[in-house]
Design a protein around this ligand. Structure first.
Ligand code: C5P
Length: 219
């Protein structure tokens, strides 16, 4: 079974490319950011502060997250969270949840459980470095902060969430900092990752580039 990891910062386009690749290759798809986002939602819902690590761990252990690639619907413990899960508020809290070592350990096994079927496209920050160090192909997708803020702005507007571009740039810079500088599983390319800068590339171009790399390792 083949594993392709797609790591990179928020707004680099890895989600869009990842879903596309999973469909083309008929692979399972793991959007690992959703797991951190789901813990954030449930913590807020249960009024649990992030310093209450025991209860946050309990949420991570017990949550049931369902994701459908066909219609992009996401259910958390039976509730439709498709819109809520990608909002800016949840982005900020999820990045804080992601700094909790014990929560990352619980999510480690959940992420490995996505390994089934023909193969896996695993999208996140530490897919190639920590969760699937044995992956067949490791891609690190990046883009300038400017390009990522514009994309995220467009995406949020499309979903009816109005956040100023200036606030988004600040939020992206701050999440980059906390994701890259945290001690545990920081956002860094694996030593054997291929780095793709998508600032001036279309989704189609990035997808084709990855398929080309994939074809060369396929045998
Ligand atoms: O990818 P996405 O923006 O949905 O991820 C939300 C947050 O979850 C990130 O800002 C990051 O802090 C965290 N995350 C992580 N490791 C992953 C995926 C996401 O720390 N593999």
């Amino acid at each position: 079974m083949k594993i392709v990891t797609l790591d990179g910062p928020s707004g680099s386009g890895k989600g869009t490319v990842g879903r596309l690749l999973a469909r083309i290759l008929n692979f399972n798809y793991l959007d690992s950011g959703l797991l951190y986002r789901a813990v954030a939602i449930q913590a807020i819902k249960n009024d649990i502060v992030l310093t209450d690590v025991n209860n946050i761990e309990e949420i991570a252990r017990c949550m049931n997250l369902e994701f459908s690639l066909e219609d992009n619907k996401i259910f958390l413990n039976g509730f439709d969270v498709s819109n809520l899960i990608r909002t800016e508020d949840i982005s900020i809290v999820s990045s804080k949840v992601a700094q909790l070592k014990s929560v990352r350990a619980i999510l480690h096994d959940i992420q490995r459980s996505y390994l089934k079927g023909n193969g896996l496209i695993a999208d996140g920050r530490d897919m190639g470095t920590v969760i699937f160090p044995d992956a067949d192909l490791k891609i690190f997708i990046t883009a300038s902060q400017e390009a990522r803020a514009y994309r995220r702005h467009k995406e949020l507007l499309g979903r009816g969430e109005s956040v100023s571009l200036r606030d988004l740039k600040r939020s992206i810079a701050s999440r980059d900092r906390s994701d890259s500088e945290r001690k545990i599983s920081p956002l860094v390319p694996a030593v054997d990752a291929i780095i793709i800068d998508t600032s001036h590339k279309t989704v189609e171009e990035v997808k084709n580039e990855i398929i080309k790399h994939y074809s060369s390792i396929k045998e």
